[in-house]
Design a protein around this ligand. Structure first.
Ligand code: NDP
Ligand code: 2IT
Length: 443
């Protein structure tokens, strides 16, 4: 049995039941075959894959807090510090009821490679909790965040591990977490990114993942002889990533015709009114069906996937495994040109293989959604310098970083004989950078 298969078996044996984590490891290792097979003796001797698939540490902790009725609630918190070969651990926090160790580990593992692709000095980590802010009062969210930080603060630091947002963690949660950290340590340092602009946040961070996704998609389209202008786009989700993906898609001339939340999707063939979506989601923290109150001609659909809406460009920006083989077949039948991931691992492996086999341009999340963490790293730079850069400066750097990631993925795919396979290219380009740093630093 070859080295990769040996590791895949071993990972399965000691992480049984952790479906998402095994899926993420399988996807990365499968695409590393050409590079591993060329260097098998060295990588095996140094146990590179064994080291990569095991987090440096996984902290799990109790988070007790008091709800508005005076009852004590208990949730579970996590932080996976996966790999710091190229810089401090960096990655978001996810607050959602379905969060498990498997989900945190898959996200932390993906983050190693994503962060390496940015070219910035950040290692991979992820954390979160099975607490869901949806439907909770601000006071309850604050109580939870303060309690969560009472344990997390021991494990993080501006040069150690710098968390940020993810699903369920936005500006409000980051603010409460940051306030708690400061009271515990007396320090005003950049231990979180995605902070508010009034206390050390970076301009463009809020927009960065969505804008970055569109910068990447645009470069990918151009490299393959297509334009963004005039294309129809369907975007799943209506959170931070989806909203700013829609904003940039529109400004580049695409027409965004559908968006969703976990309840269903809205289809507005003449183009989604993004101000209305922002008002519902960012201001009122409401549900997407409320869009119909002001846009009676739009359609709200439940019980079937948003990928039934015909489009040129599909941008999954909600959650893992939200686009499966059936969805991929529907998209292809409807003539989709490109699928570019804003979410982490939104497309199942079978769906990815099908899309690629049909000549659909496919951008893997670890490349195309890296703009968020890239601007987080720029926020860390600004915090260290005690400076704030302008929106234009950060936006320009973001756009340059996304074009650079595309070039790296494209070049590695060509080098290893699979031109246009940006998944293989991204995984290999990232792996080569991380392994170089691991080998240089020894065991
Ligand atoms: P938000 O919490 O802001 O928004 C999440 C959106 O996805 C909401 O519309 C939510 O609907 C929907 N959603 C969540 N879970 C499900 C589900 N199980 N089924 C259907 N819809 C769902 O999160 P973000 O926008 O920050 O994150 C979205 C994705 O992007 C995640 O995969 C995240 O890991 C990834 N990502 C985020 C980055 C960031 O900077 N924030 C950076 C890179 C990747 P509802 O309102 O009903 O819950
Ligand atoms: O998945 C991701 O890259 C994020 N949620 C953002 C991480 C970060 O540190 O900004």
């Amino acid at each position: 049995m070859g080295y990769i298969d040996q590791i895949l078996e071993a990972v399965k044996a000691i992480n049984s039941g952790e479906g998402e984590f095994l899926q993420a490891v399988g996807e990365v290792l499968e695409s590393l075959r050409p590079v591993i097979e060329g260097n098998e003796a060295l990588y095996k001797k140094e146990a590179i894959l064994e080291q990569l698939v095991e987090p440096d540490r996984l902290v799990s902790f109790k988070v007790p807090w008091v709800d508005d009725s005076g009852n004590v609630q208990v949730n579970r918190g996590y932080r996976a510090q996966f790999n710091n070969a190229i810089g401090p651990y960096k990655g978001g926090l996810r607050f959602r009821e379905n969060v498990t160790a498997s989900i945190i580990k898959f996200l932390g593992f993906e983050q190693i490679f994503k962060n390496a692709l940015t070219g910035l000095p950040i290692g991979g980590g992820k954390g979160g909790s099975d607490f869901d802010p949806k439907g909770k009062s601000d006071r309850e969210v604050m109580a939870f965040c303060k309690s969560f930080m009472m344990e997390l603060y021991r494990h993080i630091g501006a040069d150690i591990d710098v968390p940020a947002g993810d699903i369920g963690v936005g500006a409000r949660e980051i603010g409460y977490l940051y306030g708690a950290y400061k009271r515990l340590t007396h320090e005003s340092v950049g231990i979180l990114t995605g902070k508010g602009l009034s206390y050390g946040g970076s301009l463009t961070r809020k927009e960065a993942t969505g804008y970055g996704l569109l910068y990447f998609t645009q470069v990918m389209l151009l490299a393959n002889g297509h334009q963004m202008a005039g294309k129809s786009a369907v975007i799943s989700g209506s959170g931070n990533v989806a909203i700013y993906a829609a904003e940039k898609a529109m400004s580049l001339g695409a027409v965004v015709i559908a968006m969703s939340d976990s309840g269903g999707y809205i289809h507005d063939p003449s183009g989604i009114d993004l101000d209305a979506v922002k008002e519902i989601k960012e201001v009122r923290r409401g549900r997407l069906y409320e869009y119909l109150e002001t846009h009676p001609k739009a359609v709200y659909a439940t019980g079937k996937s948003i990928w039934h809406v015909p489009c040129d460009i599909a941008l999954p920006c909600a959650t893992q495994n939200e686009l499966d083989l059936e969805d991929a077949k529907t998209l292809v039948l409807n003539g989709v040109l490109a699928v570019a991931e804003g979410a982490n691992m939104p497309t199942t492996m079978e769906a990815v293989h099908f899309l690629q086999s049909q000549g659909v341009l496919y951008a893997p999340g670890k490349a195309s959604n890296a703009g968020g963490v890239a601007v987080s790293a720029l926020e860390m730079s600004q915090n260290s310098q005690r400076l704030s850069w302008s929106f234009e400066e950060v936006d320009q750097r973001l756009s340059g970083i996304m074009a650079g990631i595309f070039k790296k993925a494209e070049a590695a795919a060509i080098k290893y004989g699979q031109p246009g396979d940006y998944l293989l290219g991204a995984n290999i380009a990232a792996f080569e950078r991380v392994v170089e740093a691991m080998l240089a630093q020894g065991v």
